[in-house]
Design a protein around this ligand. Structure first.
Ligand SMILES: [Zn+2]
Length: 467
């Protein structure tokens, strides 16, 4: 490995690739059983110079190359002829509990290893290594957020693997700050109240705030009675803004600063003490909805449904709907509340949309109506992805997925009606409004659709096949 080479170039990684090739050579494969080969494949990532994977972001082409060597070794054991991969590589990389073989996905592993640096920068006290890294690579703000032109390539690569910049990346989503004296956390822009940033919770107030970019410790003063918040505004608030402001004050006054302790950071990816481990980061990446099934999201945005319904469904699929469990996680609700439909379980998206008796009734009605026999998946993205008919083409299946979206929206509307106004849980009613929403979407969509609502109700498949 050259010192001072450019890790963004593929050739920089040649020695690593060569080393893996040598370890997984054909003659070894021929003498080993499948289990033996699997074992060697797993050990190879620990035997190569891990330092490089822990410090540099490997280009995608390099990761692909390494996976392909592993794949060929597992299935082809060195034959020059074509090998057959019996199981898709992504499934091989799943954990054993999920039906995979537990081989590490090198891209995710590389990301988890690198995220460790981000974590150390943000969490640890001053130290020699930190000084060196900061002076060499970092010239940014106080709590190591962000990436962009002003930063070094190393820091930007770190930002990329942690998905900084979009504000909703896997890393920040699993990190939260605990307030001490407030000298590291940015008031609006960091996550320090539950799992949400104030700028996302109160976007209108953010735009008129004079405190943008300020640290928590700068948005208030110490007096005889302790800490008091002082927020600055560009202009007088309208009446409705005042009530939003009150809501925000209610939220922030639950937290008080403590002069004697530092702000510190917690990892929410599994460790009960909030400490970051590469292993838990890796598992987080494996389960992160944004990561593997990108397919789900492309299917989502193509589906025949109203844009507002698609957006609600997107929030469901990324786990960002204000259901009670999410509110608690973000510190916006204190007590668990029960599902309004069955009044028996705690409310979560998975429950109200899939597991609840009411939801199950709706899905049964739907499947019966469409003449589908299907397994009921327990995972929302998987449920969505599998909601299609094999004999329909892609365009026609977009109608099926549109219906799925309409059902989700209809359940959510009914839930809100019951919570905030009044209403009774009625599976048939909920399903009926989803049928109507989908029909309206088809009728008034761009493509011609000649069927009446009663045609649609009586024979959905004929209508869809004509689409
Ligand atoms: Zn329920």
């Amino acid at each position: 490995m050259q010192i001072g080479g450019n890790p963004r170039r593929i050739h920089f990684w040649d020695p690593v690739v060569e080393k893996i090739k040598a370890r997984l050579s054909a003659w070894k494969g021929k003498c080993l059983s499948f289990a033996g080969r699997l074992c060697l494949i797993k050990s190879v990532l620990t035997s190569i110079p891990l330092f490089y994977l822990s410090f540099y972001k490997a280009p995608i082409a390099v990761c692909d190359k390494i996976s392909s060597i592993q794949r060929r070794f597992l299935w082809g054991w060195g034959k020059d002829s074509k090998y057959i991969a019996w199981v898709r590589w992504e499934n091989v990389c799943k954990s054993k509990e999920e039906g995979g073989l537990g081989v590490k996905d090198i891209k995710k592993f590389n990301r988890a290893l690198l995220a460790k640096w981000k974590w150390r920068m943000m969490s640890e006290e001053e130290g020699k290594w930190k000084e060196i890294l900061v002076s060499k690579y970092y010239n940014g703000s106080v709590n190591f957020q962000g990436c962009g032109k002003n930063y070094s390539w190393w820091w930007n690569d770190l930002g990329k693997v942690c998905e900084e910049g979009e504000g909703e990346g896997w890393f920040r989503n699993h990190v939260s700050w605990k307030v001490g004296n407030g000298d590291k956390i940015r008031f609006w822009e960091d996550t320090w109240l539950g799992n949400n940033k104030l700028k996302f919770l109160f976007p209108r107030l953010y735009t008129i705030s004079l405190d943008q970019g300020k640290l928590v410790g700068e948005v208030g003063t110490w007096g005889e009675l302790g800490w008091s918040w002082r927020l600055g505004w560009r202009r007088t608030r309208f009446e409705w803004e005042t009530s939003v402001e009150e809501e925000m004050m209610n939220l922030i006054t639950r937290t008080t600063l403590n002069r004697d302790s530092e702000d510190f950071i917690e990892w929410g990816g599994g460790d009960p003490k909030g400490v970051f481990f590469v292993r838990s980061a890796y598992l987080t990446l494996c389960n992160y909805p944004n990561d593997s099934p990108t397919n789900v999201f492309s299917l989502l945005w193509q589906a025949k449904a109203l844009p507002k319904d698609v957006c609600t469904t997107w929030r469901v699929l990324v786990g960002r709907l204000p259901t009670n469990d999410n509110l608690i996680r973000r510190g916006l609700a204190i007590n668990p509340s029960v599902c309004v439909f069955c009044k028996a379980s705690e409310e979560s998206a998975q429950h109200i949309f899939l597991m609840c008796l009411c939801a199950q009734k709706i899905w049964v009605l739907c499947l019966r109506w469409m003449g589908i026999v299907s397994v009921q998946h327990k995972d929302l993205p998987v449920h969505f992805e599998s909601f299609h008919l094999p004999h329909l083409n892609n365009q026609q299946n977009q109608v099926c997925r549109g219906l799925w979206i309409a059902i989700i929206r209809s359940i959510w509307d009914q839930r809100n009606l019951i919570v905030f106004k009044q209403g009774i849980p009625d599976a048939e009613e909920i399903f009926h409004s989803a049928q109507l929403a989908t029909w309206l979407c088809l009728k008034f969509g761009t493509a011609p659709f000649r069927f009446s609502f009663s045609d649609w109700i009586l024979n959905p498949l004929i209508c869809i096949k004509d689409f």
